[in-house]
Design a protein around this ligand. Structure first.
Ligand SMILES: Nc1ncnc2c1ncn2[C@@H]1O[C@H](COP(=O)(O)OP(=O)(O)OP(=O)(O)O)[C@@H](O)[C@H]1O
Ligand SMILES: [Mg+2]
Length: 328
């Protein structure tokens, strides 16, 4: 296991850790997983997850398809039972009261199942009445910002427009904890941006967000910390800033005139440098500053970069600065 729950959230870092007598003043984790495990028959869901998400954090839960994100979230919601281990959500143990948990939180699934024969407005009114405590002005505001048409029957809407209704449904009662399972799947880039703005406002209000995603850039844009799940195991929990500083990018620069290989070979973080007469291609870890300053001494015609795959990010993280242990 690599560098996971040993790393403390800033609010509980050793520098600020209060004396034992003040421990009661320490914030309680909003989500706490202890050895949480799920097998579907013999097949792996998630294995031995340990994690604490603290109040006011936006926590990214990053992993490729099939890694176990939805399985984790469905256990937190009490929709499926763990095979082993335990968890609390807002202080409530999963085993005792999942209805109470679902009342308190906001949940946005990536593939919402809504009542198709209702209009968006009917669905939101119905669920708001069941829940109580919904300020309809906030619903109207969200509807406008997400450019959502609530007058149409849900089963006539496109996937993205159905997703918008699920987003409003998850947010409308202003929950203290939001659990979001790939919430932007189906939203176009403009709406993804609006959604990100809304999440930042929620963070500014001190509420807590647990957001699953397989898109690194989304997690980077929104989250304070990221937990990486692969093949059912939590393999890293890191500050997003640390993650970014070890990120590897593949870059190609095309120049207006000839360049020399030796001008670029000593730049910090550069790997796999290939220099042709008027172009270079390389992998670079961390800051691009030194490379771009050197490149700017020539005429630059074009720059292309590839967003790294999760696999590349993990490898860079573990090989260059990430803490590892013998078991890794
Ligand atoms: N109902 C089920 N029965 C059997 N296996 C399941 C079931 N649900 C999930 N799994 C398995 O559990 C593992 C984790 O799946 P999960 O849906 O949690 O992944 P995910 O990270 O949410 O993936 P995605 O990014 O595709 O949504 C996968 O191997 C999947 O096949
Ligand atoms: Mg999923």
């Amino acid at each position: 296991m690599i560098n996971t729950s040993e790393r403390q959230h800033p609010t509980t870092s050793p520098d600020t850790e209060p004396d034992a007598k003040d421990r009661s003043a320490m914030p309680e984790a909003v989500i706490k997983l202890e050895g949480l495990t799920k097998f579907y028959g013999k097949s792996r869901g998630v294995i031995d997850l340990d994690l604490e998400v603290m109040p006011g954090e936006v926590f990214g839960y990053l992993g490729p398809n099939g890694s176990g994100k939805t399985t984790t979230i469905r256990m937190l919601l009490g929709l499926i039972k763990p095979t082993d281990g335990a968890a609390t959500v807002m202080g409530i143990p999963l085993a005792t009261d999942s209805v109470q948990i679902r009342r308190k939180i906001g949940y946005i699934p990536g593939d919402p199942v809504l009542y198709g024969n209702l209009t968006g407005a009917e669905y939101l009114e119905y669920t708001a009445n069941l829940r109580g405590g919904v300020d309809w002005r906030y619903v109207t505001k969200l509807t406008e910002r997400l450019e959502c048409d609530l007058s149409r029957r849900i089963d006539t809407l496109s996937k993205g427009n159905r997703q918008k209704i699920a987003v409003i449904h998850g947010l409308m009662h202003k929950p203290e904890l939001l659990i979001l399972d790939e919430p932007t799947s189906g939203l176009d880039p403009l709406m993804q941006e609006t959604f990100e703005e809304i999440i930042r406002e929620i963070k500014d209000e001190g509420r807590t967000v647990f957001l699953s995603s397989h898109i690194l850039s989304e997690v980077e844009a929104l989250c304070d910390r990221v937990g990486v799940i692969r093949e059912g195991k939590l393999i890293a929990v890191e500050d997003v800033a640390t993650f970014k500083s070890t990120q590897v990018r593949t870059l190609q620069i095309d120049f207006g005139g000839p360049i020399k290989s030796e001008d670029f070979s000593n730049i910090e973080g550069i790997r796999n440098l290939v220099v042709l007469e008027r172009s270079l291609r390389c992998d670079i870890i961390g800051s691009l500053d030194a490379l771009f300053k050197k490149a700017a001494q020539h005429e630059i015609l074009n720059v292309t970069t590839d967003e790294p795959t999760l696999e590349e990010v993990f490898l860079a993280f573990y090989n260059d600065g990430g803490e590892t242990d013998d078991a890794a």
